[in-house]
Design a protein around this ligand. Structure first.
Ligand SMILES: NC(=O)C1=CN([C@@H]2O[C@H](COP(=O)(O)OP(=O)(O)OC[C@H]3O[C@@H](n4cnc5c(N)ncnc54)[C@H](OP(=O)(O)O)[C@@H]3O)[C@@H](O)[C@H]2O)C=CC1
Ligand SMILES: O=C(O)CCC(=O)C(=O)O
Length: 443
């Protein structure tokens, strides 16, 4: 057994009821074997054992009162995973499925992703099993205030800087920022994804989706190709999906699918994004409404996006939403590129199948890093007390995504696995983090 395999077994034994966390650790540690082989000193320093164990896990009660006057209690989390590269940084997820396994896998992934951005950010993640769907603004505000009342003890502009994720957008970040400021009596860049009137960065809303497509654009450019005329399948209809679709369309791609947790739409003529934005960003409604409003579009209950033939697939909804049968359908239908907008949307066997089939497959820690990178740029602007223009931030985002593509491609090439961007991204992210951890001693 190799060092990595032994640590994977330890993680499985210690965290037996955390399947998503085990999945993320298995993917990363398996793919960095070549980097570990070049550094036997890592084993003596217990580097992997320290890497897989979060520096701190905070789990807390979030009591709040609903519109009927009834007391509700949710469970909140913040996993402060690794601070070797900078303050803990990563989003907050509000979704009924949230549990420790999901927050730990997201925090673990975030460490490598943030390393890939080259900005000084450590890794963290948090959230709660609260469902904002169907709640009034008042209920969401009271929940956010209660959540921040506890979280505020553990975060700070130089300690831990949360942001949005599933179920946490501008509204929730605004309520949490207001409560933090009220409790601390200080205005600091303690959260990113803030409103533009109080320290938010232009282009942060678009950044994850735009960044994903910038990376795909750079990949295609390597063979003098572009998005022009390409058919694109996207899952999800939230922040990442909407802005991935917008950028893909701006670059000449035709986006034909989007989805939510109840079903999916296929519009062979190309998704009308203004309709999706109205349904999702304004009405907070269901994607089924799209087919009621757009002639020629079909709505289907359940899953099915990956059955539609496409050149490029961008899974942008949630973890484990692209399975082995989906991977087989994509390959059979001639898909050439799969780039993850969501975190770990592709199962391990589906990932292996896509890579072995010669698909250019990009793991989320590389391809969706534009969001957190732009959060890093928001932190810089807050520290400077300045705001940069949209074009300035967008150009920096583009540059970061181009760099991430080449960092992953070069690392894969160096270990003799050209085109394996899973190996490349994991090794590139790991190398910098490992270097920092070794330099900082046994902590
Ligand atoms: N926002 C960001 O900056 C970043 C986000 N990510 C990742 O991107 C993904 C999407 O996040 P984001 O767009 O911000 O979140 P949103 O809440 O804006 O949108 C999430 C979308 O995914 C769908 N979805 C959520 N859970 C499920 C599920 N269990 N099954 C099927 N569909 C589901 C939602 O449908 P419904 O409305 O029905 O719930 C919605 O369409 C996540 O994996 C997130 O971690 C990664 C990097 C940065
Ligand atoms: O912008 C951030 O800090 C967090 C983004 C995020 O949660 C992610 O990259 O998954």
């Amino acid at each position: 057994m190799t060092y990595a395999q032994r640590v994977i077994e330890q993680v499985k034994a210690k965290n037996a009821n955390e399947p998503e966390f085990i999945q993320a650790v298995t993917e990363v540690l398996t793919s960095i074997e070549p980097a570990l082989a070049a550094h036997p000193e890592y084993e003596e320093a217990g580097l992997l054992e320290r890497l897989v164990e979060p520096e701190r896990v905070v789990m807390f009660r979030v009591p709040w009162v609903d519109d009927q006057g009834k007391v509700q209690v949710n469970r909140g989390y913040r996993v402060q995973y690794n601070s070797a590269l900078g303050p803990y940084k990563g989003g907050l997820r509000f979704h009924p499925s949230v549990n420790l396994s999901i927050i730990k896998f997201l925090g673990f992934e975030q460490c490598f992703k943030n390393s890939l951005t080259t900005l000084p950010m450590g890794g963290g993640k948090g959230g709660a099993d609260f469902d904002p769907k169907g709640k009034s603004d008042g209920e969401v505000m009271r929940f956010c205030q209660s959540f921040m009342t506890e979280l505020s003890r553990h975060i700070g502009a130089d300690t831990d800087v949360p942001a949005g994720d599933i179920g946490v957008g501008a509204r929730e970040v605004g309520y949490m920022f207001g409560q933090y400021k009220r409790m601390r009596n200080e205005w600091t860049g303690v959260l990113t994804g803030k409103g533009l009137s109080f320290g938010g960065s232009l282009a942060r809303t678009q950044a994850t989706g735009y960044g994903l497509v910038y990376l795909v654009q750079e990949l295609l450019a390597q063979s003098d190709d572009s998005l022009e005329g390409k058919t694109v399948c996207i899952s999800g209809a939230g922040n990442v999906a909407i802005y991935a679709a917008e950028k893909a369309q701006q670059l000449g791609g035709k986006v034909v699918t989007m989805s939510d947790s109840t079903g999916w739409v296929h519009d062979p003529a190309g998704i009308k994004l203004d309709v999706v934005k109205q349904i999702k960003e304004v009405e907070r409604g269901r994607i089924s409404a799209y087919a009621e409003r757009v002639e020629g579009a079909e709505y289907h209950d359940g899953r099915g996006v990956w059955s539609i033939p496409c050149d490029i697939a961008l899974p942008c909804a949630t973890q484990n939403e692209l399975f082995i049968e989906d991977a087989k359908a994509l390959v059979a239908n001639g898909c050439k590129v799969v780039a993850e907008g969501a975190n770990m949307p592709t199962t391990l066997d589906a990932t292996d199948y896509l890579v072995e089939s010669g698909i250019a497959f990009f793991p989320g820690k590389a391809s969706n890093a534009g969001g957190v990178a732009t959060s890093g740029l928001e932190m810089s602007q807050n520290s400077e007390r300045l705001s940069w223009s949209f074009d300035e931030v967008d150009a920096k985002l583009n540059g970061i995504m181009v760099n991430i593509f080449h960092a992953a491609a070069d690392a894969a090439e160096e270990v003799g696995q050209p085109g394996n961007y899973v190996v490349g991204a994991n090794i590139a992210g790991f190398n910098k983090l490992a270097n920092a951890m070794m330099a900082q001693g046994i902590v």
